[in-house]
Write a protein that binds this ligand. Structure first.
Ligand code: TPP
Ligand code: MG
Length: 587
């Protein structure tokens, strides 16, 4: 770290790069561009590796994956105009994944701004709703100050911060101090609210904890475990945060929500008090599933979150605690430690319930080798390919214990939610609420840069792979050892499911004509393996993971049937209604 306490003469480019170094930045993702070449020139001397990617969306996703895996800033940069607009989807995804991404956006030069010159667009409004902070360098002499604020706010509010710089403002001279990174503790929250929460928990007969992404962000695993053990409370992961509580723990029940754990859903349905720890209780995360409308509407909900605006936003709550998940859990522990707890009286009974529900769900998953709806039975009957669920089970068994898995948006990736269990925090990087196809592969690349010693694996549908496969170029060139599991079912399956369920199988634009994805990978300079039989799934995954050590990216092309799991948006579609004669057949 090169923090200085006295102002020094430097250029704005030097101020930016020094601020990056002071914040521990070692990797910056992007595509080279004239706009910021003066800063780029300094990266090697500052100990920063510039990772050139194939598409700027990939750069911002990699920054997101880097941040999610490491807890440090992920950083990306691009050319003004089109390079920056290519960031948009990935920054929106990072926003909803709560990732501290700092993205540097050089913009058109200050002397031609507004004249409609080359590569010009207003770069602040585009990102205004998907950032926690937007810093605009309105004077080159303020580069160090504003850049530092971006790094600070990204961490303070766990989300993307934009540093917008007129491209001529990289040049010049300033007298700057490079600030040390600021870290403001959030604290446990209001004492009265914590007292009220402790009172509710002490009286609870069937308390259940929902561990959200905030537990990971706050590094609060030990406190969450201690609290769960004190209360003998089952712990559900919030939707797509399967890594928020260790799956090997007896009190772990699995994820809520789409393709989640029936055990978790059945247990939370009985709760009289729910402690939602570090979760916004997003609307998708508690949707009915497996025919279970499990959210306990009669229970008292205690919600803890570092973002005050999400408290009580989606679900009515009895107590809201505006605090850090770790600190709040510790504060609750301190309040409950020596107290008489109503839940102690039936602890053994509940422990048995938890074990029984988990065993029943495991059994059911074990027997659930394929989908059983008429469409799935029909398409699987004549297919030589593997059942997706069986592939997911085999992958689960072969996953290394310390694996990091990024998952995409699609039918099979969604079903994988049932089969992904983790012991370590910062292990699951699903495309969160933004839900963009094409998320997982570049995110896994970013995670690998952040924690090279851990295996990095992406689960991707064949359609979504078409959106993101260009980063195979980056993998080959930069020797990124990641494993990409591509589920080749020859269709945009998740959307086809809607055609099946709601549009009488009037299929349109859902069938894919794929090349051999394994051969495509080879053509890019990566490894590619086509997997056609169940027995080959685990060995192929193990070999690919072993090859990560020497920087080999492997695409495992899983040949699977076209059967389709439960639909995603049962809540948002309805049977078609047509009034015009012309369209009568479309109903
Ligand atoms: C960028 C983007 N475009 C479109 C969609 C809509 N969408 C959601 S799931 C899906 C199908 C995914 O297909 P595939 O990746 O092949 O996975 P599968 O469902 O077949 O398992 C599509 C097109 C989206 N979520 N994101
Ligand atoms: Mg598909």
């Amino acid at each position: 770290m090169t923090v200085q306490d006295r102002p020094q003469r430097m250029t704005p480019s030097e101020a930016l790069v020094e601020t990056m170094a002071a914040n521990g930045v070692t990797h910056v993702f992007g595509i080279v561009g004239s706009a910021y070449m003066d800063a780029l020139d300094l990266f090697p001397a500052a100990g920063i590796r510039f990772v050139p990617v194939a598409h700027e969306q990939g750069a911002a996703h990699m920054a997101d994956g880097y941040a999610r895996a490491s807890g440090r800033h992920g950083v990306c940069i691009a050319q003004n105009g089109p390079g920056i607009t290519n960031f948009v989807t990935a920054i929106a995804a990072a926003y909803w994944a709560h990732s501290p991404v700092v993205f540097v956006t050089p913009e058109t030069g200050s002397m031609t701004l507004g004249l409609g010159g080359f590569q010009e667009t207003e770069q602040l409004p585009i990102f205004s709703k998907i950032t926690k902070y937007q810093g605009h360098v309105n004077n080159p002499r303020r580069m160090a100050e504003i850049a530092a604020r971006c790094f600070h706010h990204a961490m303070l509010e766990s989300g993307p911060a934009q540093l917008n710089v007129p491209r001529d403002y990289f040049y010049g001279e300033c007298l700057s101090t490079i600030a040390a990174p600021m870290r403001i503790g959030r604290g446990p929250g209001d004492a009265a609210a914590l007292d009220a929460a402790a009172r509710l928990l002490a009286r609870a007969k069937f308390p259940v904890i929902v561990a959200g992404g905030g537990v990971n962000l706050a590094e609060g695993r030990a406190e969450a475990i201690a609290l769960a053990e004190l209360l003998h409370a089952p712990v559900c992961n919030s939707y797509l945060h399967n890594d928020s509580f260790p799956a090997t723990h007896a009190l772990w029940c699995g994820p809520l929500g789409y393709q989640g754990s029936k055990a978790a859903m059945k247990l939370i349905a009985e709760a009289d008090v729910v402690l939602a720890l570090g979760t916004r209780l997003g609307p998708f995360g508690t949707l009915p599933q497996h025919g279970l409308d499990y959210w306990p509407t009669g229970a008292s909900i205690i919600q803890v979150d570092a973002d005050a605006k999400v408290l009580g936003l989606v679900k009515p709550i009895a107590v809201g605690v505006h605090g850090d998940a770790k600190a709040a859990a510790a504060a609750l522990l301190a309040r409950l430690q020596d107290r008489e707890l109503a839940c102690a009286s039936n602890a053994r009974e509940r422990a048995r319930r938890i074990a029984d529900e988990k065993a029943a769900w495991e059994r059911e998953l074990g027997e659930w080798t394929h989908e059983r709806d008429p469409f799935s039975l029909e398409v699987a009957a004549g297919s030589p390919h593997m059942h997706p669920r069986q592939v997911l089970r085999e992958l689960e068994k072969a996953l290394p214990r310390d694996a990091m898995v990024a998952t995409d948006v699609g039918n099979i990736c969604s079903v994988s939610n049932s089969y992904l269990r983790f012991d370590r925090p910062r292990s699951m990087f699903a495309a969160m609420s933004f839900g963009n196809c094409g998320y997982a592969f570049p995110v896994a690349c970013g995670a690998k840069f952040a924690v090279p010693e851990r295996p990095a694996i992406a689960y991707v549908g064949d359609g979504a792979f078409g959106i993101s496969l260009n980063e195979l170029l980056t993998c080959a060139r930069e020797r990124i050892g990641v494993t990409v599991v591509v589920f080749n079912n020859g269709q945009w399956g998740a959307e086809k499911k809607n055609h099946v369920d709601f549009y009488s199988r009037r299929f349109q634009a859902v069938d894919l004509v794929n090349p051999s994805w394994a051969r495509v990978a080879q053509a890019f300079g990566c490894e590619g393996v086509r997997v056609e039989s169940l027995d080959d799934v685990a060995p192929a995954l193990r070999a690919a993971v072993t090859a990560q050590a020497d920087g080999t990216c492997t695409v495992l092309e899983m040949m699977v049937t076209q059967e389709l799991g439960d639909p995603f948006r049962r809540d948002a579609l309805s049977k078609p209604v047509r009034y015009l004669d012309k369209y009568r057949a479309c109903s």
